[in-house]
Design a binder for this molecule. Structure first.
Ligand SMILES: [Zn+2]
Length: 335
């Protein structure tokens, strides 16, 4: 009964596949698990109204080396606010911005580079899970070598008939992160999270906010800890990173890129000092009620909240593009 046997085998394979995929298959939000992050320093004050109130009440300059200390009561200067601190003068704002730039360039990408170096290759992950056989892996590797391009996951799909979902699950194990879906993805809201330039340049995608505290960040083939950290600081939300299956990822990303984001200006600065001077000039001119500087790889991202109404109730995510401004700087020669 060859026909019946084949049917049974198919059924068994189906059941096996089901058991493999049922846990954390990324189809439901239940797979999104909250893990508290230690990455965000929340001691710097959260809500804008509170920090504004403090700044207005005490008028304490945010520059650690401020010569003026407490400002004179007749001085009518309430803005700009940079990283929850108020600067009593342009000179003090410059000192605050310079300190922020030093901080952003100080740590480098060492942590994430070190993490990347010690990843177990995806093929070996899949092999260890028993999802592929040794000959299958060899075949995919040979095809990849021969063509000289393509990711091993793509070759496992084309050469060995693996499903995209399985590859994504393998990536989740490889990176020790959940598999996320684009369910509940709102392109309009997510387009406000960061400049579209970042979504375009890096393989990442803000997916959704859960419980007003967690921002899910999706990646298509590898996590980017440094980008996640920058996003976390800017959004003042805990960022949970995960991998998203390729076709879903691309579709959602294209939808986001078609939306209006926060108005962004891209500027080139000769060096860090020039950037700090330029940022100070922007702050003095725009007088934001809140602003922050973070670095995402080669870009320095300055975000301005021009009116308090621009800040929603979810971390620091803007509710609309109005009264928001993004400046993105490249520093030094574009080598
Ligand atoms: Zn001062």
């Amino acid at each position: 009964m060859p026909f019946l046997m084949r049917k049974t085998r198919d059924a068994e394979a189906g059941a096996l596949m089901h058991s493999l995929l049922k846990e954390g298959d990324g189809k439901s939000w239940e797979g999104d698990q909250y893990r508290p992050s230690k990455a965000v320093d929340r001691a710097d004050g959260l809500g804008l109204p509170a920090s504004l109130a403090v700044a207005q009440q005490r008028r304490n300059c945010g520059n650690a080396d401020c010569a003026g200390g407490w400002t004179r009561p007749w001085r009518n200067r309430r803005r700009p606010i940079f990283e929850c601190e108020w600067g009593c003068s342009g000179r003090c704002v410059l000192a605050m911005v310079q300190a922020a730039a030093r901080r952003e360039f100080g740590d480098g990408d060492a942590t994430s580079t070190a993490m990347h170096r010690h990843r177990v290759p995806l093929g070996l992950v899949m092999l260890a899970q028993g999802w592929i056989t040794h000959p299958q892996l060899q075949r995919a590797l040979a095809a990849q070598r021969e063509s000289g391009t393509g990711r091993i996951g793509d070759w496992l799909m084309s050469e060995c008939g693996l499903e995209a979902e399985q590859i994504t699950r393998g990536l989740g194990i490889q990176w020790g992160c959940p598999v996320l879906t684009t369910d509940g993805f709102s392109s309009e809201a997510m387009a406000l999270v960061m400049p579209k330039l970042f979504v375009d340049t890096f393989k990442l995608l803000p997916l959704r906010v859960a419980g007003s505290r967690i921002l899910y960040l999706g990646f298509s083939d590898r996590l980017d800890a440094s980008a996640a950290f920058a996003t976390e600081k800017m959004a003042e939300l805990t960022v949970e990173s995960g991998v998203v299956e390729g076709v879903q990822f691309e579709a959602a990303r294209n939808r986001l890129l078609a939306c209006d984001g926060v108005e962004m200006k891209l500027e080139a600065a000769e060096d860090r000092d020039a950037m700090a001077a330029r940022i100070t000039a922007i702050l003095e001119q725009k007088q934001p009620v809140a602003s922050r500087l973070v670095r995402m790889h080669q870009f320095c991202w300055l975000r301005l909240w021009l009116e308090s109404g621009a800040i929603g109730r979810t971390g620091r995510l803007p509710v609309q593009s109005e009264d928001m401004m993004d400046y993105v700087f490249t520093v030094g020669s574009p080598a």
